[in-house]
Write a protein that binds this ligand. Structure first.
Ligand SMILES: [Zn+2]
Length: 130
């Protein structure tokens, strides 16, 4: 994944994705010099409204992204486990047992998704109050 490398914004010092055209925090365009206006804004703590796209939030929050990926892995594993292990004592496929695996996986995966969302939101809030 290319987005894991980081570069530092010259204007506000925020770490951004290496391939970002603009700083997600202050909107500074990379490769251009830092304008007087930007220096002033940063000094006053009045950074420009960040373009808080979904992509930026994910880009800057690896933990949330990993949790989300894990949730999908849990879904996939539970689905397969249901098919492979959902058998009764005689070894015949049992739809009820399959359902047990699937429901368990659905719960676990959705919990992880929920956590990842909570972390993402906290991260967002934390970023805005800085
Ligand atoms: Zn910046």
């Amino acid at each position: 994944m290319a987005g894991l490398e980081r570069k530092k914004c010259e204007a506000c010092g925020t770490w951004c994705a290496n391939d970002a055209a603009k700083c997600w925090n202050c909107g500074h365009v990379f490769g251009e010099g830092v304008s007087e206006e930007e220096k002033e804004n940063v000094a006053k703590g009045q950074i420009l409204a960040p373009e808080a796209t979904e992509e930026n939030a994910l880009e800057n929050n690896i933990v949330a992204t990993i949790l989300k990926a894990l949730a999908y892995v849990v879904y996939a594993v539970a689905f397969l486990a249901g098919i492979l292990l959902g058998k009764d004592l005689k070894g015949d496929p049992s739809f009820i047992l399959m359902l047990v695996y699937w429901i368990a996986g659905l719960f676990a995966g959705t919990m992880l998704l929920g956590f990842s969302e909570v972390i993402r939101l906290l991260h967002e809030i934390n970023r805005k109050t800085k």
